[in-house]
Ligand binder design. Structure first.
Ligand SMILES: [Zn+2]
Length: 125
């Protein structure tokens, strides 16, 4: 018998610490990584996979990623501290984000601009 279930997907935001004075900015991670997931645990598990190769850090600056989500961290839309990313401008610590949709789609978001193909993210400095 076929069963259909409805799941409540939420977005979880992961912000990269520029440990050592630099950010990893590539096809997998940007200053922000947003993960659409079933639960905080699901988001954490996927976050660990995504950041696995980009986790180097220096002791004085601290760890690059703080992968620890709670239920209340999940939001309907990708947000940073309560503000949807569409309402946020770019700044030095926030030029672009990678969004990982639950269906496997990956999209790039340039703050202050919108969704763009990876090759149009550019570098503002
Ligand atoms: Zn340091």
């Amino acid at each position: 018998m076929k069963q259909t279930i409805t799941v409540d997907l939420k977005w979880y935001a992961l912000d990269q610490n520029n440990s050592g004075g630099y950010f990893y900015r590539n096809e997998d991670v940007m200053e922000y990584v947003f993960i659409q997931a079933l639960s905080p645990e699901d988001a954490e598990s996927r976050a660990r996979d995504i950041t696995e190769n980009y986790s180097s850090y220096c002791d004085c600056c601290g760890e690059r990623w703080n992968i620890w989500f709670r239920d209340e961290d999940g939001t309907e839309e990708p947000e940073i501290y309560g503000t949807e990313i569409t309402e946020l401008d770019a700044d030095f610590f926030r030029s672009a984000a990678v969004l990982y949709y639950f269906d496997g789609t990956k999209r790039y978001y340039k703050f202050g601009v919108g969704f763009v193909p990876y090759d149009q993210l550019g570098d503002d400095d």
